[in-house]
Ligand binder design. Structure first.
Ligand code: F6P
Length: 314
């Protein structure tokens, strides 16, 4: 098993679930350090029950992670396949996001039975309603906005909070709804800066003491939006970029449970001889799709919720 790409809270819970489910079924478990990078270097460690004790509540990944350019080359992939075969590894669980699954698929095509477990705060993987780490990241963003509201209302200020998500607006949308943001800017819906300013102005005229705008990093940087608002309305807006804070810290109960379920299912699938799949959680149950489905199909944003956010922040 390996973790790859950006770390996500709950990856450790998945590592624990994979390890313990496998050992429960009399399998031997090898942890691969530093993602595909460690795989190409043969950086392997045997995992016993005790090695995954005390990690359920810890953020990050005990196996560590990396983004590797070399693994995208034919030479890199062949090296990885050789390492796996030499070590007698019969099945691989890859915990990560879209880029990691593309790598997993390459290995699967070369005869390494592989299952993907979606671990990314971005929630941009098709075939699962939630990815591991997303719920924690949303809660961190909501907590940050709660804190900002205290200082914003004391000073009668406006804030723009930039959240992660790569090309996806999921974190921004969910955090925006949960924190009652006045405006939510996401890459899936083109924004109109005049409308953003008009909303701020209406709030101001109604006696609102403060406003919060949430912008997904895939739209523009918070400082670009600040400059546009200043230009159009003259309002001075403070900027907060949450950045990697959203990836750290203890996972929520939701992420721990999701990771436990998906990690265990990945092992069960490999034992049944299933390979080249990604496991997920869809409509209240486990889902299983071909790995390419997770990146070939664009995960749609919940437009109903987006419209509701607009109504509630009138
Ligand atoms: O995919 C997770 C993520 O945190 C994205 O939201 C963000 O765009 C990216 O990773 C940041 O990558 P890095 O940690 O390499 O700066």
């Amino acid at each position: 098993m390996l973790t790859s790409g950006g770390d996500a809270p709950g990856m450790n819970a998945a590592i624990r679930a994979v390890t313990r489910t496998a050992i429960y079924n009399n399998l031997e478990v090898i942890g691969i350090k530093r993602g595909f990078l460690g795989l190409m270097e043969g950086d392997f460690v045997k995992l016993n029950l005790g090695d995954v004790g005390g990690i359920l509540q810890r953020g990050g990944t005990i196996l560590q992670t990396a983004r590797s350019e070399k693994f995208k080359t034919e030479e890199g992939i062949n090296e990885a396949v050789k390492r796996l075969n030499d070590a007698g590894i019969e099945g691989l669980v890859v915990i990560g996001g879209e880029g990691s699954f593309k790598g997993a698929w390459e290995l699967n095509k070369r005869g390494i039975p592989t299952i993907g477990v979606p671990g990314t705060i971005d929630n941009d993987i098709a075939g699962t309603d939630y990815t591991i780490g997303f719920d924690t990241a949303v809660n961190i963003a909501v907590e940050a906005v709660n804190r900002l509201r205290d200082t914003a209302s004391s000073h009668e200020r406006m804030f723009i909070v930039e959240v992660m998500g790569r090309k996806s607006g999921y974190i921004a949308l969910m955090a925006g709804v949960a924190s009652g943001a006045e405006s939510i800017l996401i890459p899936e819906v083109p924004y109109d800066i005049e409308e953003v300013c008009a909303k701020l102005r209406r709030g101001h005229q109604r006696g609102k003491t403060h406003s919060i705008i949430i912008v997904a990093e895939g739209v523009a940087s918070a400082s670009q939006i600040r400059d546009q608002i200043l230009d159009k309305s003259g309002y001075e807006v403070r900027v907060v970029v949450l950045g990697h804070l959203q990836r750290g810290g203890s996972p929520t109960a939701f992420d721990r449970i999701l990771a436990s379920r998906l990690g265990a299912k990945a092992v069960e699938l490999l034992m049944e001889g299933v390979e080249g799949k990604v496991v997920g959680w869809e409509k209240g149950g486990i889902s299983v799709y071909d790995l390419p489905y997770s990146w070939e199909v664009k995960k749609e944003i919940d437009m109903e919720l987006y419209k509701l956010a607009d109504i509630l922040s009138i």
